[in-house]
Structure formats: structure tokens, C-alpha cells
Design a protein around this ligand. Structure first.
Ligand code: ZN
Length: 269
């Protein structure tokens, strides 16, 4: 099976049936990240239509100002969600310093919740990698998945040493930095993502459909000098480790473990 740890299925304005059809056809376990409470609700609705979709709650930094004044309104969703994503910092679009402070207040609240609830976080850190690392350290968050990481080698190495996972997406077909990092991620910390459908904004000629994950895997196999099958199995194993330390997904995890085994059996048997 394929694993997409970072998509935004709620943000498809059309074609959702086709998207869910592809997820089924290619057997892609899809973690559908949210950007606010409404987005989480839509992701939960979508997940009721596919056994392969895991909806998770987070507040994207772009929405921090909307919730900074009343953080308790997030508590119910934080409790319910198996991981917290998408969360993080991104100052590239803020108008003033007050919004940076609001982002930090919200991010720290989410990190504190993750720590208290012992949940994985899926982290956006565009151009804020050092700040993000500092806050992760300060809040003692151990379960970290870095989404589309593009930071310095120094921050990368510190995150690797802390055991963070890294999701590699379609950017691997464009960016020299991402290609280099894709070679350096330790095998047991490698994951895959699409960031669909938003990735099309950044990579206009990459079709923002679930099957793009196949191209990511092909490229990862080439760069890491191994086979696609090896990449698929590595990512399955890593994602299974995450599921197994996420009690609320225990039933899902048992079912998926069976599916992994069956599919492998049928492919090589
Ligand atoms: Zn995203």
C-alpha cells in the first residue's frame, strides 16, 4: 500500500469522487490534514466515505489569528484527532509582528496538547525551521513528522537526531535541495506525502491527484539507489510504527497490518 501522510482532501473543490476513486485504486492510506475546525469537520465527513482516509485536526499558521483569542474551542478536536496536523509557523504572509506572536501562541498551545496527549504532530516549517525546532524542544514533543522540510542542514540533523520523520512529496521532481535531503533521510525516518491539492499552486504542471505519489516513489527509489518496492515497504513499516504508538488508531492499525501482509503475499507469493 502507499502512504500519503500529508494531503488536504477537504480542499478539493471538485473531483472528490475521482480523488477517492484513485485512493482506492492505488490503495493509498491518506492522512487528510486540516487547517481549522471547519476543515476538520469536512475531512471527517470525507473519511466516512473511505476506509483509507484518516482525518486529523490542526490549525495552519495562516489561520492562527482566527483562533488565538479562544484556544479552548480547539480542545474537543484536539482530543478526538489521532495526530495533530497541519500545525506550525510561517511568517511569509504575515502583515505585522502581532500576527507572528499569534502564530507562536497557537503553535505552542498545539504542541503542548500534543505533548500532554502523546500524539504525533505534522509540522509546517517554511522559512521558520529554527524557531519550530526550538519550540518543539521547549515543549518536549517527541512524536514529530516534518512536512515538506526545506530548512538548513543543521536543523535537519538536529531533527534527525530527535527521531523526527520527514515526508517527501512531489517537490522531489523539482528542487535540488529536496532531492539532496531525500537521499539523507535515515531509512527508518522516511515517509511520503502529496500536499494535494495545494501542491499544484507551487508545481503548476504536476497534477494534484493522489496517483502523483507513484512518481514520488519512483524518484525516491532512483535517488536512494534502491527499488520502488523497497521504498514502499520502508514507508509502510515507518507508518506502521506511527500507528502502533497511536492508541486511538489501534483497530485501523490491526486491519492495515493484515492488508500490508496480504498485498505483499499476493505480489511476491
Ligand atoms: Zn499542507
Amino acid at each position: 500500500m502507499l502512504i500519503d501522510v500529508h494531503a488536504h482532501l477537504d480542499q478539493y473543490t471538485e473531483n472528490l469522487d475521482t480523488v477517492l476513486g484513485e485512493i482506492k485504486q492505488h490503495q493509498i492510506i491518506t492522512v487528510s490534514n486540516s487547517v481549522d475546525l471547519d476543515s476538520y469537520k469536512r475531512n471527517c465527513d470525507i473519511a466516512s466515505r473511505s476506509k483509507l482516509v484518516i482525518p486529523v485536526f490542526g490549525v495552519h499558521p495562516i489561520n492562527a489569528s482566527k483562533v488565538a483569542g479562544n484556544l479552548e474551542q480547539l480542545d474537543q478536536a484536539l482530543e478526538a484527532s489521532p495526530f495533530l496536523g497541519e500545525i506550525g509557523l510561517d511568517f511569509s504572509f504575515v502583515a505585522d509582528a502581532a500576527q507572528e506572536i499569534e502564530q507562536k501562541v497557537v503553535f505552542e498551545y498545539l504542541l503542548e496538547s500534543a505533548s500532554a496527549l502523546d500524539k504525533y504532530v505534522i509540522v509546517h516549517s517554511k522559512h521558520t525551521e529554527a524557531d519550530v525546532l526550538k519550540l518543539i524542544e521547549e515543549h518536549g514533543v517527541q512524536k514529530v513528522i516534518m512536512h515538506w522540510f526545506t530548512g538548513s542542514g543543521e536543523v535537519f540533523q538536529k531533527l534527525v537526531a530527535r527521531g523526527a520523520f520527514f515526508t517527501v512529496g512531489a517537490d522531489i521532481m523539482r528542487s535540488a535541495e529536496t532531492r539532496q535531503m531525500a537521499k539523507e533521510i535515515p531509512t527508518d525516518q522516511l515517509l511520503t506525502e502529496t500536499d494535494n491539492p495545494l501542491v499544484s499552486l507551487n508545481l503548476p504542471d504536476v497534477l494534484a491527484m493522489p496517483r502523483v505519489l507513484n512518481d514520488v516513489i519512483t524518484e525516491l527509489a532512483l535517488l536512494r539507489n534502491t527499488t520502488e518496492e523497497d521504498i514502499v515497504q520502508t514507508v509502510e513499516r515507518n507508518f506502521m510504527a506511527i500507528l502502533q504508538s497511536t492508541p486511538s488508531l489501534a483497530t485501523f492499525s490491526k486491519k492495515i497490518a493484515r492488508d500490508f501482509k496480504n498485498r505483499r503475499g499476493s505480489r511476491f507469493g
